[in-house]
Design a protein around this ligand. Sequence first.
Ligand code: GDP
Length: 395
Amino acid sequence: MATRGKKMVERVKFLMDKPDRIRNIGICAHIDHGKTTLSDNLLAGSGMISMDLAGKQLFMDFDEEEQARGITINAANVSMVHEVGGEEYLINLIDTPGHVDFGGDVTRAMRAVDGAVVVVDAVEGTMPQTETVLRQALRENVKPILFINKVDRLINELKIDKKEMPIRLGKVIDHVNKLVKGMAPKQYETWKLDAAQGTVVFGSALYKWAVSIPSMKRTGVGFNEVYDYCKEGNMKELSTKSPLHSALLDAVVHHLPTPVEAQKVRIPVIWKGDKESPVGKDLMTCNPNNNIVFMVTKILTDPHAGEVAVGRLFAGTLERGQELFVTGTANTNRVQSVAVSMGAERMEVEKIPSGNIAAVTGLRDAIVGSTGSTLREMTPFEAIKHVSEPVMTVA
Ligand code: GDP
C-alpha cells in the first residue's frame, strides 16, 4: 500500500506538467443510474483504492450529511492514473451530484472540466435529469461521451434475447443524440455519440465490466460474449476479460479533449473578456508561464487545513507564497499551500501548472465562482447559470 502510494505520487507529479496527458472529466447522471458505483470502480481499477473496497465504501460520498441522506451532495475531486498504448494519463474526475436540487453544484463542476461521461441506465433510458445534466455540460461547451450502465439488468431482469440487445442499446444512443442535436446543433456534427467510433461504452458498474466497439476488437469480448457471461452469472470472468476502467478510461483518453484543446473552444463561451489581451491569450492557450487565472468551483472545509478552495487553473502556475487578487475584493490573499488529488487525498506539491484541478489554501476571501488572479482587474468568468428546467433558455 505504502509503495503503491509513493509510486503514485511520482506518477501524478510527472503527468501534471504535461497537458496532453491530462483529462479533466465529470460524471453526470440521473439519480440511481450508477454514478457513484462507477466512480468507485474507476478509482479501484486504476489502483487508487483496493478493488475489494470498491462498491463497499462509496468513495465519493464522504460527507456525513450525504451518507445520512444516501445521496451525493458535494462535487468532490479525485485523480487517477490510466495507461493507454504504453503512455500514462492523469484523469481528474469531478464528482457531480445527481439530485436535481443540487443542480447548481453540477454546473460548478462542469465549469472545471473539459469532458463529461453521461451515465444512462440501460433499462430506464434517459430521464429528466439526464436532460438537465447534458444541457449543463453542453452550455459550458463540455464534450460528452456516453456510458450505458446496468446492461446486466437488460439480460437478467428484462430477459431480452441476444438479438434485441443491440436494438435496445441503439435506442438509448438515438435518444441521447436527439437531445444533443436539440441542445447543441452546432457541436452535434462532431459530438454525435457513435458506438462505432468508441464514444459509447456499454457495461455494468456494479459488476465491473464494460465493452465498446474498440475494446471488442482488442479483447474479443463482444455483445454475444457479454450476453452469455451474464446469463451464466459469470460476472467475475467478464470483468477480468473486459474490465470497466479499461474500456471507459480508454474512451475518455481517446475522445475527450486535453485542457489545451478544450480551452480554445470553451474560453469564448465562459469568458467574455478580450481574447487578444495578454490574459485572453493566456486563457486561450492554457499558458502556464504568465498570468494566473484560477477559478474556484468549490470550497471544502478540512479539519486540519481549514478552508480549501478547489478549482480549475486556466492559466499560470500556482505556487505557495504567491499573492493573488480575488475577484470582487481589493486586497490580495497569500497562497499557503497548493495540492492536487491522488485518489481522494490531497497531495501537497511545490507548484501546479495550468490545465489542472488544484486545491489551494490561503485564499480566505474566495467564494465559489470567484477567480484568484495575479491581475487586479480581471474580467470575471460568465456567471454560472443553474438550469433545472428542461427548456431551452438563453445562450
Ligand atoms: P447514483 O445515484 O447515480 O450515484 O447511483 P448509485 O451508484 O448509488 O447506484 C444506484 C443503485 O444501482 C445501487 O443500488 C447500485 O448498486 C445499483 N447499480 C449501479 N450500477 C449497477 C449495474 O451495473 N447493475 C445493476 N444491476 N445495478 C447497479
